[in-house]
Ligand binder design. Structure first.
Ligand SMILES: Nc1ncnc2c1ncn2[C@@H]1O[C@H](COP(=O)(O)OP(=O)(O)OP(=O)(O)O)[C@@H](O)[C@H]1O
Length: 286
């Protein structure tokens, strides 16, 4: 099996390939030397639950202001990776460095403050069932800011308009469709102007048309609000549509990481099988 290890993975170059996004120069922040910046770094992380090692020396540095998709089979640790990035899980070994800080070498208060730079869209939108869409979207602003209700209203209505939910603001999550709940979760993830947005399988439970519409929305919101977007998904079409970069995880490690265009054109049998979804190839059931 021909793996491309993180250490040999192609260093992303300066061009962001995805047609849906702005040219790299307009979008990607760089350091003083014109190099790509990485505000989220996963370094040799090991994590086990009982005897099951989910992350087995995983390393990946996410490119700031790009959309990166992490693909991997079920149970391979994609959600566990996201939880490490927001400090909800602590590695057994290795480091999670976010905005220059090893998040387990800082105080709980600092970790809490760092979390405010993240917006997270969970699989089911993770909305509060007893609150309507408006109050769900306003929740982070009420919890984390001192803004008065008129300022909150301006932000909430604006975000809900952007995701096409202005007519559903008074509805409870149970009264709207799964796609609408995702869009509400997306609006909520953006109200604090996060620098990073994490999407945990945004396409789960959606039909192909709604998945495609949500992907369009992800691209539109990324172009408008900028930021680093990280999606984990099984869905290769989603990855093809939205990604600037693609990471493939397998057996607790990143086995390929690079520009999406290059990944989808790869001749590597493992990468090809992974990204084509073929049953024939080096990738087995284990
Ligand atoms: N808190 C936990 N305690 C015990 N085991 C856990 C915990 N969190 C995750 N796991 C296990 O770690 C493995 C990876 O889980 P994870 O949810 O990250 O997979 P995934 O790649 O996101 O899968 P899927 O695509 O099916 O959502 C699974 O076997 C899961 O049961």
């Amino acid at each position: 099996m021909s793996f491309v290890s993180p250490s040999t993975a192609t260093e992303p170059t300066t061009q962001l390939p995805h047609a849906g996004n702005l040219p790299a120069g307009d979008q990607v922040r760089r350091d003083g030397n014109g190099q790509l910046r990485h505000s989220m770094e996963v370094r040799n992380v090991v994590k086990s639950f009982g005897s099951f090692r989910v992350m087995n020396g995983m390393s990946i540095d996410f490119v700031d202001d790009a959309i990166t998709t992490v693909l991997g089979p079920s149970g391979t640790g994609k959600s566990v990776l996201l939880k490490h990035l927001v400090g909800l899980l602590e590695p057994d070994d290795g480091e999670i460095v976010v905005f220059g800080k090893n998040i387990w070498q800082i105080s709980e208060k600092e970790r809490y403050d760092l979390r405010k730079k993240f917006g997270v869209l969970f699989q089911d939108g993770a909305l509060f069932g007893s609150m309507n869409i408006y109050d769900n979207t306003a929740f982070p602003l009420r919890k984390h800011t001192d803004l008065d209700e008129s300022d909150i209203e301006e932000i909430v209505v604006s975000r809900l308009q952007e995701v096409g939910l202005e007519k559903a603001m008074a509805k409870l999550p149970s009264e709207v469709s799964g796609g609408m709940r995702k869009r509400a979760g997306f609006a909520r993830a953006l109200v604090l102007d996060p620098e990073v947005v994490l999407f945990d399988e945004p396409d789960s439970g959606l039909d192909p048309v709604r998945t495609s519409l949500l992907n369009d929305l992800i691209l539109k919101m990324h172009n408008e609000h900028k930021g680093t977007y990280l999606l984990v998904t099984h869905d290769i079409r989603t990855a093809r549509k939205v990604s600037d970069y693609v990471g493939l995880i397998w057996q607790g490690q990143v086995v390929h990481y690079g520009e999406a265009e290059e990944a989808f054109a790869s001749e590597d049998p493992f990468v090809r099988q992974f990204l084509s979804g073929d049953s024939a190839g080096p990738l087995g059931m284990d």
